[in-house]
Design a protein around this ligand. Sequence first.
Ligand code: EPZ
Length: 417
Amino acid sequence: MDKIVIQGGKPLHGQVDISGAKNAALPVMAATLLSAGRSRITGLPQVRDVDTMARLVEELGVKVIAFQDGEAVLDAATVNNHVAPYHLVSTMRASCLTLGPLLCRLGRARVSLPGGCAIGARPIDQHIKGLVAMGADIKIENGYIIGQASKLKGAHIYFDMVTVTGTMNIMMAAVLAEGETILENVAKEPEVAFLADTLNQSGARIKGAGTDTIVVQGVAAIDPIKCHIFPDRIETATYMIAAAITQGDIEIRNCVPAHVESISLKLIESGAEVEEGETSIKVRGRHPVLPVSVKTQTYPGFPTDVQAQLMALMCISGGKSVIVENIFENRFMHASELNRMGADIQVEGRTAIVAGVNKLSGAPVMATDLRASASLVLAGLVADGETTISRVYHIDRGYQNMEEKLSKLGASIRRVK
Ligand code: EPZ
């Protein structure tokens, strides 16, 4: 298994280009199943999860005409297999996004239950509740969700909690359902609006994406998907914090400043300088780092996917920070690894108290999930000495060329086999 080795203590300077948003790419790739034609997606991030989704839709009968350099041409004319197998779903939970499209396209689906992951149980009961409300017959057998639906019908669905992929799954199912579907208490993440806009350009009739309520008028069919994936806001946030934690000065290009407003404001509160452009953000880290507290929320609140990265920054602040993780029940695994680097973090349930320390020291640490890995990289960039991070396959799932991008900014970072 690969490891990443970092010699800390080097301020990062220069420019970095943000890649496409993983969590916008995965749903639109699943959405190609909705149309019996040749879809074309550009601007895809070259990350492991996108490769997995390409393999999954191919398994379902999609012809992968092209898949390189961020472009995918996917021909879904011959979708003929309704089974999303365990060996793929277990490596990527977003595979459950094929559930709604398969029920529309084939009238049946057999999708392995994603199972839990490091950050929590992550059930998909809301996805199932929505599909049942639309007339699907769903049962769980041998670890699989087995769905049947001759024709999904529009329904009025209220989500018990805000769920990003739940909103996306039901919204996609509603596109080809009969009649009107009203979705209440939906996710407002930019990736939801991106999916809705992309589907509308193919003939779907979705209104309200980005607000609390989405209304979909079902149509008989839609044209193939054509879209260019927008920049990844979580990758953007990660490099913003890299500038702050190393007292560096980075210009982050090809990003959407509006998508990372909550992070910009938190970094300013912590003493960093943040300068927003049209499609770029300049971040300058300054000493001392001031302690800030945060509660993770659904969009547009502070994102749970940036909680671990902010915690790394707070480890070297001049005081005490309180970080509350409201979205997932077990998303503090990075805390014990950061403590091994000399941090002083106390976790009590969904609250982490971070007491800033003068310095972190490099150590061998282990990545546990995608964003926790990013947090350990950030800590390694500022720690004295050498940090070795194992299980870096987590990083490869969601960050394109992280070592190259950081090396170009002046980091001493390398991957060892
Ligand atoms: C999406 O996951 C993202 N993944 C996650 O990013 C992100 O952390 C999460 O949204 C929250 O923003 C993708 O978009 C592929 P949820 P998702 O359904 O949709 C509970 C990353 O790092 N819940 O919004 O799976 C759930 O357990 C990943 O890129 C139910 O109880 O998250 C969680 O506590 C990590 N029942 C909360 O809701 C359900 O049916 C939010 O989950 C669905 C969700």
